[in-house]
Write a protein that binds this ligand. Structure first.
Ligand SMILES: [Zn+2]
Length: 755
């Protein structure tokens, strides 16, 4: 309900504290991946600044130009409804004040339902077809509807507007068409000279100002092109089966406008249905329920409907040689992947129903019906993406030892936070991520009967990652280095004129988690669980304001004096808007096992590879996060680490042959930097016939050629460059050029070329 969204924003009651700093974030941070997403790196240094300056100048010029233009094309006002289509000059247009990541005027005329009718063409690597928007007039007198688009041709002259006699839930494109009348071809303007970080806009002029309650069906035709940013078109080489092509879309944050022209904003939520025509040998799936398919000579058309309202960034599709397998007896939780990968996936994900049930028991009944995780081809460059009904996950989760299932628990948590209730603007992404990390870490605690060991260790590793991120961003201009007050170090960052992904980092996850954990500590775990349940139920399928609702809950739950005392402990301004590490210390998250991991690393160093520490065997029973802590500690003290020490560690734990990708992505580069060549005894690639001293290199090569997740392989290429193996780095990159997705490939090309 958009009106609720507006009310929530209007009553936020908190002012954003804007920083005066204009320094750009360091390039390294734009590659930060914590749980899910990664963004390609920008050029660092002077060229980046120069292009920023010229970009700022061009925007300033554009603003002056736009201010001198009429608000609405005069042609639109006088155009009779039967007139032929006209493409007028672009009218003045601005980013929406509620969500500055969008040009759409959803606060005037808002989409309620989206109907897609598309053909997936692997030869041209395009989506083409139409999108019909069921729209409602929410600001009387509005005369146009504005949609975002990017990386596509929008055929403005084919735009069509009809009056709609009442959208009702469950409608699809067929039933909606039957409810239309008074159709006409309006003036539709394409405005492509806008902020390239945000994209372009299509302005559809109505034949008369609208009245509150008026409904329309607005249909736009389009075809995507090579500039699109949503779809990943994979060649057969980039799949497990290597026989069929594959395509998937990644819409978060503002890329769904590359899939279809949309009001592409988290501030509104829509239901959607789709008709998708694909080559007959392939299967299509969406973040929606399937409603059937029709097979023709060479093609197959799949039909979908998502009857629960979602923000556009959760609309997604995969098309490939994929199949489904249920993981429980009732077919509620299941996995999707390529047939050749299914057994391994089903085994690794076999605990998913248990995690799912624990999250649901702690929170509220799951509203989406079924829960499905799609394990994608190996070149998928991300960790995971929480598309409802079709969560995406990296194949690096399929380790063989279930060490990476926390990513799957995280995505389950999004079913409530982010997907069921959400945020209105990208600055508030922490509402999705902070609460979801809280659930991700709560589930293991619940399953362990209240033992917080896993939660505490994960929180400690997360806190270290948060500190490193903030150190990378640094401080605002004029502040001392330890201030860490760069604007992007705030939980709610200031996003002026930038793609929201520029500020995307671990901050919204870990500072967000710590705020939610702090809120739990203020009222106690039992009351906080009650709050979460009430919070989700009251705000289902809307965007929300956390502060007001938490405060209202405390006031109605506790006696007045106690409530006041509790609320007085929360410095919302500091938590939300002040950059820097969270105001509450999390020292209570240190654990015995965490301390042991650090002590063990220190002992290995102290013993100089001559003997084993007394407690050395404990490593073998550790969860992945503790192993990461152990390796991170060694890296922190790398000046004291020798080849003999690494040889001792490798002999003890067989790290060169480790399965856990978090271990591999640390161990191989670290060994290269120390000059340790590996122990060949237990590794597949380094047995008989291998050249002496090539074990680590060979294993790293195998890993980097089988995994496309940039987070894991960037450190390996960087280590090659840092250790005089430039030719090897270039050779591996050339070998894998078709295997890596561009999101992974481009930063690697920079690493190899820059040195
Ligand atoms: Zn997430």
């Amino acid at each position: 309900m958009p009106l609720i969204v507006l009310a929530a924003v209007a009553t936020a009651g908190i002012l954003v504290i804007a920083s005066s700093s204009t320094s750009p974030p360091p390039a390294s941070l734009r590659t930060k991946e914590v749980y899910e997403a990664e963004a390609p790196e920008e050029e660092p240094g002077a060229p980046w600044l120069a292009s920023l300056a010229s970009f700022a100048q061009s925007i300033a010029t554009k603003v002056v130009e736009l201010l001198n233009q009429p608000v609405v094309s005069p042609a639109a006002r006088s155009l009779p409804s039967s007139a032929p289509p006209l493409i007028g000059p672009a009218g003045a247009i601005h980013r929406n004040p509620i969500d500055e990541g969008s040009y759409a005027n959803f606060d005037e005329i808002t989409a309620t339902h989206v109907s897609l009718d598309i053909t997936v063409d692997f030869d041209s690597q395009t989506f083409r077809g139409s999108v019909s928007h069921s729209m409602a007039c929410v600001k009387p007198g509005s005369t146009m509807a504005i949609f975002d688009y990017q990386g596509m041709e929008v055929y403005a002259e084919k735009t069509k507007v009809c009056k709609l006699k009442g959208y009702t839930p469950g409608d699809n494109m067929v039933t909606l068409q039957a409810k239309t009348e008074g159709c006409y071809w309006p003036v539709a303007e394409l405005n492509t000279n806008l902020n390239p970080d945000i994209g372009s806009a299509v302005l559809v002029h109505l034949d008369a100002p609208c009245h509150t309650g008026d409904e329309f069906l607005i249909t736009l035709e389009f075809e995507t092109n090579d500039d699109q940013q949503a779809a990943m078109w994979l060649t057969p080489d980039q799949t497990v089966g290597k026989r069929q092509p594959y395509v998937l879309t990644q819409c978060e944050s503002i890329y769904c406008r590359s899939f279809a022209p949309l009001q592409d904003t988290p501030a509104i939520k829509v239901t959607y249905d789709a008709s998708v025509t694909v080559p007959k040998a392939l299967t299509a799936m969406m973040s929606a329920n399937s409603t059937g398919s029709v097979t023709e000579a060479d093609t197959k058309t799949y039909y979908f409907i998502c009857s629960i309202k979602v923000p556009s960034y959760l609309i997604t599709i995969i098309v490939g040689d994929v199949e489904y397998r249920a993981l429980d007896d009732v077919g509620r939780v299941g996995v999707v992947t390529e047939p050749g990968f299914m057994d391994a996936v089903a085994e690794e994900m076999s605990d998913l129903p248990k995690f799912f049930a624990a999250a649901e028991e702690y929170l509220t009944p799951y509203i989406w019906g079924t829960y499905t995780v799609a394990i994608l081809p190996p070149s998928f460059p991300f960790g995971g993406m929480e598309n409802p009904l079709l969560t995406f996950a990296s194949p690096t989760l399929i380790v063989g030892d279930k060490s990476q299932v926390s990513v799957a628990i995280h995505e389950i948590g999004h079913s409530w936070f982010g997907n069921e209730l959400g945020f209105a603007r990208w600055e508030d992404l922490w509402i999705a991520e902070g609460f979801t990390v809280f659930v991700e870490r709560k589930v293991p605690t619940l399953l362990a009967g209240g033992d917080m060991e896993v939660e505490k260790v994960d929180a400690t590793v997360g806190n270290q990652s948060l500190l490193e991120t903030m150190q990378d961003y640094g401080s605002a201009e004029g502040s001392p280095p330890e201030a860490l007050d760069h604007p992007y170090n705030a939980l709610v960052p200031v996003l002026d004129d930038v793609n929201p992904d520029d500020a995307f980092s671990t901050v919204c996850y870990e500072s967000g988690y710590q705020l939610v954990k702090y809120l739990e500590s203020v009222v106690g775990p039992t009351s906080f669980q009650a709050f979460l349940r009430k919070f989700v139920k009251a705000n289902s399928q809307t965007a929300i304001n956390v502060v007001d609702q938490y405060e209202a809950f405390v006031v109605e739950t506790f006696p007045p004096e106690e409530a006041s005392a509790k609320l007085a402990t929360i410095d919302w301004n500091r938590w939300l808007y002040q950059p820097g590490m969270p105001p509450a210390e999390l020292n209570n998250f240190t654990t015995k096992s965490g301390n042991l991991a650090i002590e063990l690393a220190d002992e290995f160093i102290a013993l100089e590879g001559l003997s084993l520490p007394k407690e050395w065997e404990s490593y073998n029973s550790w969860m992945s996060a503790l192993r990461q802590m152990f390796l991170d500690r060694l890296n922190l003290k790398k000046d004291e680490v020798t080849r003999a020490i690494l040889a001792k560690i490798d002999k003890a734990y067989g790290l060169t042959a480790a399965l856990d990708p978090e271990v591999k992505s640390r161990w191989y580069p670290f060994s290269m930097k120390i000059g340790y060549e590996g122990s060949c005894a237990e590794t597949a690639s380094c047995g008989e016939g291998a050249a002496p001293g090539t074990c680590i290199i060979n294993e790293a090569h195998l890993f980097a050629s089988s995994v496309g997740r940039g987070k894991y392989i960037r450190p390996i290429y960087q280590a090659l460059m840092d250790t005089g193996n430039e030719e090897l780095a270039a050779a591996w990159l050339a070998e894998n050029e078709n295997f890596y997705h561009p999101i992974t490939l481009i930063p690697l090309q920079r690493i190899v070329a820059l040195e």
